[in-house]
Write a protein that binds this ligand. Structure first.
Ligand code: GEK
Length: 241
């Protein structure tokens, strides 16, 4: 696995974060050292897929990056005649995702699409994954996207929504922000790398609170919504239609 050193040299100006080839080359190392609980969520997506996939339906991994969640879905898929569609708008991610899936020799039918999830048709879906993707969608587009996802799902289908979150309580928000910093330091990132990456993400990754996510998911048409996993300021929710 290539190690992420992107922000380890001091930069005079820091450009907004982009999912370009440089990031795609080190992405697995970057996300595993930056997102507490990432591996656990990826592993559990397999179990959740086994539970919720319905025969003859479509499964979507929206913002698939290198396909870690896609592969987990493929491993968990036991229902017959299903198709997995993995979508990302980064050409660098899509090229590497296709290679990773080819290497994995999965038996499931998987299609990797280079495209914008804001315009991807969601049709006859039983499992939809937004694993740390919605946070990169402009906030004003989020409600419409979730409504389209819900409209394209079968009753009893599930959306797995994982996000970095903020907390309404100022003390807890600061505490969990600091603990996340410590988590990254413990994983080998320097203070300079952490602060430069934070600046790069400032206008690109917009986290929201758990109540905001819950309310919007219910408004989009999901009926059962709650958090199933949380580690510090990172969490994953299930939203069942
Ligand atoms: C994983 N789910 O490993 N359309 C398509 N793709 C998008 C869009 C969009 N509008 N916006 C962002 N992306 C993965 C990790 S990373 C999360 C997901 C992170 C894509 C973007 O190109 C990137 O690949 C992904 O969403 C977010 O389980 O880096 O923290």
């Amino acid at each position: 696995m290539n190690k992420d050193h992107i922000y380890n040299e001091s930069m005079s100006s820091i450009a907004d974060f982009r999912f370009d080839a440089r990031v795609a080359d080190v992405f697995t190392d970057m996300i595993e050292r930056s997102v507490p609980g990432y591996r656990s969520i990826i592993t559990m997506i397999e179990t959740l897929t086994e539970h919720y996939a319905q025969p003859g339906s479509n499964l979507y991994d929206l913002g698939c990056s290198l396909g870690a969640a896609t592969l987990s879905m493929a491993r968990g898929l036991k229902a017959d005649h299903c198709a997995i569609v993995a979508v990302d708008n980064s050409a660098a991610m899509v090229a590497r995702c296709r290679k990773a899936l080819a290497r994995a020799h999965t038996c499931a039918s998987v299609r990797v699409v280079e495209g914008d999830i804001l315009t991807t048709d969601i049709v006859d879906a039983s499992v939809v994954v937004l694993n740390f993707t919605l946070q990169f969608v402009p906030p004003e587009e989020r409600a419409g996207l979730l409504k389209r996802i819900c409209d394209g799902m079968r009753p009893g289908g599930v959306l797995i929504l994982s996000e970095k979150v903020v907390f309404e309580d100022a003390h807890l928000d600061r505490l969990l922000y600091d603990i996340h910093h410590d988590f990254k330091r413990a994983n080998g990132y320097t203070d300079l790398e952490i602060s430069q990456k934070r600046s790069a993400l400032e206008n690109v990754l917009v986290p929201e609170s758990i109540p905001t996510h819950r309310t919007r998911l219910l408004e989009a048409g999901f009926t059962s919504v709650d958090v199933w996993f949380q580690c510090f300021n990172f969490m994953s929710m299930l939203a069942v239609k």
